[in-house]
Ligand binder design. Structure first.
Ligand code: FAD
Length: 402
């Protein structure tokens, strides 16, 4: 009997799930998805989990194709020479092909006191820790959200909508990805919710204390609960395993998403750096990249040369509480244009896109062949865009993130 081809997918987020589903189009593959949790985390709803407007989890049975085997564990090391991954449980699993989709997490803050006294928000466990603190805090407790990017805006507005007084310290600019018109819309909506927005040069947190934060301009703000959203980092698994990464730790690949070191390894989502010019960390990139990574493996297994493919990220959707939002449209190089939709319609777009992301996972679990067509808005001009680097001007702690 012919041996089946083993594909291990590391990471059961948006990119890993869609890649695993897509791989089931070849019945001769044995696909194992390794993920530390037994439930799928809808990371893009974690700010909602902190205040209880959404649980932000789904059963893998709803989003994962029945042909994919789920192993609840973490990969601690990849050995490309022996083609094995080592797991926390001590098991070593062999692979013929590996999909690296470990995603991202909040960047470790370097500001004094932040690790001890601030609450990050990029994982399920962190969202739960923040929710427990908010649940136990009196209504008048001053809350500070650090970071004026998408996560900061979304969590600040979500908490403010529960009636709390929230200050958003942007680090300089509110919504740096957004066009100035959309920035003004976000500022209006935050004002409506009573969020105090601090921007400009001095609006950078330089120290976090148990009940206050210090700003670069010397101001001291009362803050019993400080939420840290400034910057994303990635797991250092690739780097620790001796694979080439970019400066942040994302796996370096070509435009077929194949590792520059090893054609048996492909990467997708937040943890991939195609051509050392990574896409912004967001679902709009993670989903199609997952499908492309799977297609690259499927091509190699079938003896075909994989096709370099680039995706266009069409913009950014933000929720500002449950009743407002902004849909920011972008050029194909992921820079914002003046066109945006705000207010209630913006909220509707945001909810539709968010729910649509989860739906598309469920749909592709049942019909894996439709993935590419559904998720990938192809960008035929990435070669030119790569020549015109940088792709997008947004940088928070050096990492572009949604
Ligand atoms: C609060 C919040 C709001 C957001 N809102 C939006 C938004 O509105 N729109 C948008 O596009 N993006 C948003 N993002 C960003 C978005 O969540 C990410 O870009 C997206 O999740 C990336 O998908 P991914 O599959 O690459 O990684 P992830 O979804 O992070 O999944 C990676 C998976 O890999 C697992 N993993 C990590 N290390 C290992 C290991 N060693 N072994 C096994 N498994 C491992 C992780 O546990 C996780 O399950 C938001 C992020 C946050 C935190």
């Amino acid at each position: 009997m012919e041996r089946m081809t083993d594909v291990v997918v590391i990471g059961g987020g948006y990119a890993g799930v869609i890649a695993a589903n897509r791989l089931t189009t070849n019945p001769d593959l044995r696909i194992t998805l390794v993920n530390p949790r037994s439930t799928f985390v809808e990371r893009i709803r974690l700010h909602q989990r902190t205040v209880g407007t959404h649980e932000a989890v789904a059963d893998y049975a709803e989003v994962l194709a029945p042909g994919v085997r789920l192993t609840v564990d973490s990969v601690t090391r990849i050995d490309p020479t022996t083609r094995t991954v080592e797991l926390t449980s001590g098991i070593a699993a062999g692979y013929d092909y590996l999909v690296y989709a470990v995603g991202s997490h909040g960047a470790a803050p370097t500001v004094p006191g932040a690790r001890e006294h601030a609450y990050p928000l990029s994982t399920l466990e962190q969202a739960d820790a923040l929710r427990a603190i908010l649940d136990g805090a009196p209504p008048a407790t001053p809350v500070t959200v650090v970071g004026g990017g998408a996560t900061g805006i979304e969590v600040a507005s979500e908490i403010a909508e529960t009636g709390r007084h929230v200050t958003l310290v942007t680090g300089g600019e509110l919504g740096p990805y957004l066009h100035p018109r959309a920035q003004r819309e976000v500022a209006r909506q935050l004002d409506r919710l009573g969020v105090t927005v601090l921007d400009g040069d001095g609006a950078r947190v330089t120290a976090v204390h148990p009940q206050s934060v210090t700003l670069a301009d010397g101001r001291e703000l009362p803050s019993d609960v400080t939420v840290w959203t400034a910057g994303f980092g990635v797991p250092d698994l690739a780097r620790r395993s001796g694979l080439s990464t970019d400066a942040v730790g994302r796996l370096l690949t070509d435009e077929t998403l194949t590792s520059v070191d090893d054609e048996r390894i492909v990467a997708a989502g937040d943890a991939a750096a195609p051509s050392d010019a990574p896409y912004r960390m967001c679902c709009a990139a993670a989903l199609p990249l997952g499908a492309i990574a799977a297609d690259t493996v499927l091509s190699r297994v079938a003896g075909r040369t994989p096709r370099p493919t680039a995706v266009a990220v069409p913009g950014q959707c933000l929720s500002i509480g449950r009743r407002a939002g902004v849909l920011q449209l972008a050029r194909r190089n992921d820079t914002a244009v003046a066109l945006h939709v705000g207010g209630k319609l913006g909220a509707w777009f945001k909810e539709t896109v968010t729910a649509g992301n989860r739906c598309s996972l469920g749909l592709t679990a049942r019909r894996p062949a439709v993935i590419g067509a559904l998720t990938a808005v192809q960008d035929p001009h990435r070669a030119r865009l790569l020549a015109e680097r940088p792709l997008a001007p947004v940088a928070i702690d050096g990492v572009r993130a949604d």
